[in-house]
Write a protein that binds this ligand. Structure first.
Ligand code: ZN
Length: 243
C-alpha cells in the first residue's frame, strides 16, 4: 500500500488547502477573526513544526511518527504523539492523546476555540473525537489516502449538516515535511526488518550485505532476488493504520 502526499494531482473534496503549500494558486481559506492570512500561515507552520517534533517522539519509540498539538490563544493546551503499540491502546493516536492531555489540563472535555495541528490527516475515530470536543479548527499536514477522514477516504471533516458542531478544516500544511518523516520511518523499518530476517548468501560478507541494504536502489534489486521484501523510498506508506 502506498500513497503520495502533497502531490500536484486533484485534491480530494473537503478541506481547504493553503495556496502557499499547494504551489498551484489555490485559494487561501477564509479565516476566522481579524488575523491576516499571511500571519495565520506563519502561525500554522510554527505549530505544525511543533507537531512534527512530537512525531519524532513517536518515531523514537518505534511507533508510526504522527504528532499533534492543541493550541488556544497562542498557548499549548495539549500534546500527543502516536503510541498504540507501547500503550496497548488502539485509540492512542496523536490526536486522541492531545485531546486527553488538554482535557486533563483545563478540566473540561469541551475545548471550544482550540486549533488542533496534526502531521497526518485524521482518521474517522479522531475526526469524530474532534467534533465531540468542540474543537474550532483542524490543521493537518500530509494526507492519508488509506484512511483519512478529511476528504481522502471519508468526508467527516469539515462536518456535514448531520453533526451539530461546525469546525474549520485545513489540509496539506507543510505536507512535504510531514510526509517525509513517514517515508523515512517506513524505509528504515523495512531495512531493519530485512537486516533481521535475511541471511547473507554464501560468500557475501556481512558489511557488503549491509551496504547493499542501505542503498534503496541496490537493496530493491538485491532483496528482490532473495525475499518478497521490496524497498522503495518513492511513496508514503502508512501501512493502513498507525500501528
Ligand atoms: Zn486517528
Amino acid at each position: 500500500m502506498s500513497s503520495e502526499s502533497g502531490g500536484d494531482g486533484p485534491k480530494p473534496a473537503g478541506c481547504q488547502v493553503l495556496a502557499a503549500e499547494s504551489g498551484k494558486g489555490a485559494q487561501t481559506a477564509p479565516f476566522a477573526g481579524d488575523r491576516a492570512g499571511e500571519s495565520l500561515d506563519g502561525e500554522d507552520r510554527r505549530w505544525m513544526r511543533h507537531a512534527l517534533a512530537l512525531a519524532e517522539r513517536a518515531a523514537a519509540m518505534g511507533e508510526v511518527p504522527v504528532g499533534a498539538v492543541l493550541i488556544r490563544e497562542g498557548e499549548v493546551l495539549g500534546e500527543g504523539w502516536n503510541c498504540p503499540i507501547a500503550t496497548h491502546d488502539p485509540s492512542a493516536h496523536a490526536e486522541i492523546r492531545a485531546l486527553r492531555d488538554a482535557g486533563s489540563r483545563v478540566g473540561n472535555y469541551r475545548l471550544p476555540g482550540a486549533t488542533l495541528y496534526v502531521t497526518l490527516e485524521p482518521c474517522p475515530m479522531c475526526a469524530s473525537a474532534l467534533v465531540h470536543a468542540r474543537v474550532a479548527r483542524v490543521v493537518f499536514g500530509t494526507r492519508d489516502p488509506k484512511g483519512g477522514a478529511c476528504g481522502s477516504v471519508f468526508d467527516l471533516l469539515p462536518p456535514d449538516q448531520r453533526f451539530n458542531h461546525r469546525l474549520e478544516c485545513q489540509g496539506e500544511v507543510m505536507a512535504e515535511e510531514c510526509g517525509d518523516i513517514l517515508r523515512r520511518f517506513f524505509q528504515q523499518r523495512r531495512l531493519t526488518h530485512a537486516q533481521e530476517t535475511l541471511t547473507a548468501p554464501e560468500g557475501l560478507a556481512a558489511d557488503n550485505l549491509l551496504m547493499r541494504l542501505k542503498n534503496p536502489h541496490h537493496a530493491g534489486r538485491f532483496l528482490g532476488k532473495v525475499s518478497d521484501a521490496k524497498v522503495s523510498d518513492a511513496k508514503v506508506d502508512t501501512e493502513g493504520s498507525k500501528t
